[in-house]
Design a protein around this ligand. Sequence first.
Ligand code: 5GP
Length: 124
Amino acid sequence: MAVKGTGAYNPENIFAKILRGDIPCKKVFENEWVLAFQDIAPKAAVHVLVIPKNPYVSFIDFTKTASEAEIAGVMKAASLIASDLGLEESGYRVITNAGENSGQEVPHFHLHLLGGQPLPPFPV
Ligand code: 5GP
């Protein structure tokens, strides 16, 4: 079920539970700003989710609300993870879904890092 609108943050969403350690994930990377883990239903050979540790619903919520240091921290972490996964040479895709029209399922802002194989033509 896609997220409707971008209302208040719901602390019961699945990524909030992962951040709290209430449910497990296959962790790829963690620092002060982000947690990154394998998508449970990968859409490509490499499909990693990068999520801020703080509660934001969407890209706009994140960029409007987070400090410049946090925005930079999250984006740099995603870049580092993509490099460390070896995606730079072969190519990759970074996407974020927001709201109903995008089909966003989990209302905690996240970046999808996709690669490790030729990706279907955009949009995927
Ligand atoms: P969205 O549609 O919100 O952009 O993407 C949500 C992503 O989270 C989907 O690709 C979905 O497979 C993934 N996902 C949903 N539930 C879980 C979970 O419990 N664990 C992990 N690792 N990924 C999940």
